[in-house]
Design a protein around this ligand. Sequence first.
Ligand code: ADP
Length: 254
Amino acid sequence: MVSIEHLTFSYDGRPVLNDLSIKIKDGVITTLLGANGCGKTTLLQLMTKNLKPTCGAIKLDGRELKDISVKEFARRAAIVHQKNIAPDDLSVERLVSYGRLPYSSIFRPGLNEENQEQVERALKLTNMDTLRERHVGTLSGGQRQRAFIAMALAQNTRLLFLDEPTTFLDVRYQVEILRLVKTLNKEQGITIVMVLHDINQALTYSDEVIGLHGGKAVLQGAPEDVISTESIRTLYGVELPVFHSGGRLCVMAV
Ligand code: ADP
C-alpha cells in the first residue's frame, strides 16, 4: 500500500501540495481527479520518486520512499509518463526490453531467460507481439501507448502509475487503453494509480477516485459515494448534473 502522510511540495517556494494525506489501496484502480494545475502530475511524480517531498512522508508498504533505492523501487513500481520519449528507429521489442533494466547487472549483461519471458509476457498482454519488430516512430498513437505500457509491464511490478494514458488518442483507442488497464488490474492483480482528464471514463474504470483541490485531497472513495454535483463544483468550479444511465454514474460534461 502507498500511504502519503502530511505531504507538502513546493516548486521554488510556490506550494502545490499542502499537508496532503491519502492511502492508495492495494489491488484496485485509483484515479486522481482535479482541475488543470491542481497537482495531479506532481503527486504522481512524488509517488514515483521523480520528485522529493518538501515535507511529509510517502511510504510503500510501510517504508519511506527515500529509504528505497531507485533500482529496488523500479522492481516494485512502474510509471508510464504523459509524454514518452524514445528514438524513432528503436524496435518495439528493444523498447520493451528496457523495462528489464532494474533486473540487469553489469556482471550479467543482456537478456537472461527470466528477462526474455517477462518481455514476451508484456508484449502478449498489450497485444504488441505481432508488432515487435516495428520501429517506434512508425506506430500509431494507440500502438505507441501500448508499447510504453508493455515496457512498464516488463518491469513486472505490482504497482503501475499512468499519467493521462489516453491523452492524444481518439475515443476508440482511449477505450482500448482503459480496457487494457482494467484487464491488467482484474487478471494480473496489478494496483493501478492513474490521472485521467475525462470524468466519465474515470467514473467507469475506477474503483476509487481521489479529488485534489487547493493542495489537498478533498475527496476519496468509490465514485458512487463521492461524485455529486457538489463535489464536481468543488473540484472543477463548474455546475454539472450527475445522474445514472444504464446503471452507470454519469456527469453531464457539456
Ligand atoms: P496537474 O497535473 O493537476 O495539471 P501539475 O502537477 O502539472 O498539475 O502542476 C501543478 C502546478 O505546479 C501548476 O501550477 C504548474 O504550473 C506547476 N508546475 C508543474 N511543474 C512545474 C515545474 N517543473 N516547475 C515549476 N512549476 C511547475
